[in-house]
Every structure is written in C-alpha cells, then in structure tokens.
Design a protein around this ligand. Structure first.
Ligand SMILES: C[S@@+](CC[C@H](N)C(=O)[O-])C[C@H]1O[C@@H](n2cnc3c(N)ncnc32)[C@H](O)[C@@H]1O
Length: 222
C-alpha cells in the first residue's frame, strides 16, 4: 500500500504508538491495531480521491486520514485542519520528520477558517461529527463541484437519510456510499461521498466567504 514510503509509514506508526499515546492523542488500546484500523483503513481512501487535487482533512486529530493519504499520494496538496494546539504541534512534527512537503498544517475550526483557506477540491474527515454537522463545516470549504469524503461506520446510510435536508441546503447535488480497500482491509472502509454543485455551502456561506475574503477577518480562538 505505501510502496517506497513504507519506512515513513512505519515511522508514523511508531510516532503514534509513542508520542501519540503519551500526549493523549490516541488511546493505548489502539496500539496493537494501528495498522488495520488506522493507517490502512485511512490510506485506502486514496482509491476515491482524484489525481492532483487540493485536499483539506477536517478535524485531522493525530493525522487521520490525512497523513496516510499523504504517504500514498504525493500528487495531492493536503491541508491538515485541526483546532487543538497539542494536536497541531504533533502534526507539524510528523510532517517535518517524514519530509511531507506537500502537506500543510493549519490550526483552526472549519467554520472559522472559511474565507481564509483557499477552497479545495476534496474535503476528507473521519470521526469528527455526525454527517449533517460535518457537512455544515466541510462543504463550505469546497470549490464548486468539489466533494467531501467522510470515512463512516455502519451508520452511513442512516446518517445520509437523516442529513438529506441539511445536505440539500448546503448545495449538495449527489450523495453515495462507497466501500474501498478490497484486498487491503477487512471489513472494507465505508466512505460517504457528497458532491456539491456550483454553490458549495449554499447562499448563506457564499456570502460569508465573500465577506471574509473582502475584510480578511475571521473569528480567532484565543
Ligand atoms: C474524534 S477526533 C478524530 C480525529 C481523527 N480524524 C481520527 O479519525 O482519528 C475529532 C477531531 O475533530 C476536531 N474538531 C472538532 N470540531 C472541529 C471543527 N469544527 N473544525 C475542525 N476540527 C474539529 C477535534 O479537535 C478532534 O481532533
């Protein structure tokens, strides 16, 4: 899966198991299953990410799915977006140690960086929020006709059903559930893919984004 960058993937797994656990970014019980449940489960998302696009991993935490995706896809330009300083410090260290020049770490909440972050073609996320809330944060960060790829569990279909009205208000024109990782992970990873039309986030967010770009102002966390 990781090809030439397998040594970097091993290094990342070691960092998660050591500093990641010590700094409370990942539970100690996750260590024996880091590869299947975290690195591989996230890396297989690459199957559905188009070639050469910009990606924002919303709520990246300790770098999931953003870092495994970056390791298998040097063609992407990836922003890891995360509000908590402890986590962005770890992410910055990982990016530097692994020499991931195509990855940038940004500290902030998705709804606060709107207007300052360049809109992206793809938003990724895992374990950040239920689909309706996640879409409210992630979809406005997209370029027109961009897509959000959310790694979800067995509740994917239910979450879509419950989020239909919210998704439609946000300008989503297509929603589907994909299963990826054949021959790599068992069970397969479930991805909810939502595609937007020409107005990601709907009219309200378009106005907010335009205003933020004009004034250069967003709310800042202290
Ligand atoms: C449960 S963790 C999941 C981390 C990682 N994606 C993973 O799968 O291991 C949720 C992460 O989302 C971040 N988060 C919560 N609200 C957010 C928001 N509005 N914008 C960006 N990130 C957010 C949290 O700080 C936290 O790191």
């Amino acid at each position: 899966m990781f090809g030439e960058l397998f040594p970097e993937a091993v290094r990342y797994a070691e960092l998660l198991a050591d500093a990641g656990v010590k700094r409370g970014l990942i539970g100690p019980r996750e260590v024996p299953r880091l590869w299947e449940r975290h690195l591989l489960n996230c890396a297989v998302l690459s199957e559905v990410v188009p070639e050469g696009v910009t990606v924002c991993d919303v709520g990246s935490g300790a770098g999931l799915p953003g870092i495994p995706l970056a390791l298998v896809r040097p063609d992407l330009k990836i922003t890891l977006l995360e509000p908590l300083l402890r986590r962005t410090n770890f992410l910055q260290e990982v990016v530097e140690l692994l020499g991931l020049d195509h990855v940038t770490v940004v500290r902030g909440r998705a709804e606060e960086v709107l207007g300052t972050l360049q809109p992206v073609q793809v938003v990724t996320a895992r374990a950040v929020a239920p689909l309706d809330r996640l879409a409210g944060w992630g979809v406005p960060l997209l370029k027109p006709y961009g897509e959000m790829l959310a790694l979800k569990g067995d509740t994917a279909e239910e979450e879509i059903a419950g989020a239909r009205a919210a998704l439609s208000k946000l300008g989503v024109v297509e929603t589907e559930v994909l299963h990826v990782g054949e021959g790599v992970v068992d069970p397969l990873s479930t991805v909810v893919r939502v595609v937007v039309g020409e107005s990601p986030g709907g009219v309200r967010f378009a106005a907010k984004r335009a205003k933020a770009a004009r004034t250069g102002r967003t709310r800042r966390r202290r």
